[in-house]
Design a protein around this ligand. Structure first.
Ligand code: SAM
Length: 272
């Protein structure tokens, strides 16, 4: 599978889910759009545990300016923005962002952008996070550029959090937890299955010529099957990367109420 294949399938997954929501999103919608199971993540105790853990790890307060890379429809924004001075979320997929803007969070801004090439100047933020995003990357190297970019846009001494990374030493335990949760939730299916994402192909020179000559009358389209896969990572890769960049790097557990605690980890870098 090429880079383009998995990225397109992943983007289709979030894009198509977001297109199902036409109103102001409910908490259930936000979980669904972030790829989180609403039957689990609408629990207020779990959300509040996640919120206080993230605020604490990133040392955020009412004056902080924070960036989230891979914000989806703003689930974390709705937790973090009210506790900081300014929140900026970016995501590759446009449809989740337009849902996020309907939340009307007073100090939040949502922009389309790629975490590998952030549209911000050096040291513009006090802190940055990329939470539950790496798990969708097939290799550590895919996320390296995102970490470099977050460290670039955060002020010296500010925190960069890469969060909720599935630990490759705990695959079996993680699968057992998934199976247990799935059994507990039963077969409740709250949303219709996703169809395919239809994308117009940019016509090449030959197609443009044949369109011009009237030999074809249809634009080329491609159908992309949505797909999300969860991958596992080694803590060592993050520690070694941090030491190559010569930044302080710390591994921490995810928040204690998360049913996957012990099988996922957080990485906190301190910008130079
Ligand atoms: C699983 S959701 C996580 C949403 C949110 N951070 C949370 O924890 O609820 C992952 C999001 O990351 C986005 N994403 C993946 N790669 C990205 C990249 N290179 N730049 C920006 N966003 C990206 C996806 O489009 C998707 O919306």
């Amino acid at each position: 599978m090429t880079d383009r294949d998995w990225q397109e399938k992943l983007e289709a997954f979030f894009e198509l889910r977001a297109r199902q929501i036409s109103e102001v999103p409910t908490l259930d919608d936000l979980c669904y759009l972030a790829g989180r199971n609403p039957l689990l993540w609408t629990d207020q105790n779990l959300l509040s545990d996640l919120k206080s853990h993230v605020l604490d790890l990133m040392q955020l307060d009412q004056t902080s300016k924070v960036l989230e890379v891979g914000c989806a429809a703003g689930l974390l924004a709705s937790l973090i923005a009210p506790k900081v001075g300014k929140y900026v979320g970016i995501d590759l997929a446009e449809a989740p962002l337009s849902v996020a803007r309907r939340l009307k969070l007073a100090n939040a801004e949502f922009r389309k952008g790629d975490g590998q090439n952030l549209p911000f100047g050096d040291r513009e933020f006090d802190a940055a996070l990329c939470y539950d995003v790496f798990s969708n990357f097939p290799a550590f190297e895919t996320g390296e550029k995102i970490i470099r970019e977050m460290l670039r846009v955060v002020r010296s001494g500010g925190r960069v959090l890469v969060g909720s990374i599935p630990d490759q030493n705990e695959i079996e335990q993680s699968q057992q937890i998934s199976a247990r949760l799935a059994a507990g939730f039963g077969t409740q299916q709250s949303r219709p299955p996703l169809q395919t994402l239809v994308k117009a192909e940019k016509a090449g020179p030959l197609a443009r010529l044949s369109n011009y000559l009237g030999l074809t009358d249809k634009d080329a389209v491609r159908e992309i099957k949505p797909e999300i896969v969860s991958y596992y990572f080694s803590k060592d890769d993050f520690v070694q990367f941090g030491s190559r960049l010569q930044v302080e790097t710390r591994i921490a557990d995810i928040h204690p109420r998360n049913p996957y605690a012990g099988t996922r980890f957080n990485v906190i870098f301190t910008a130079k």
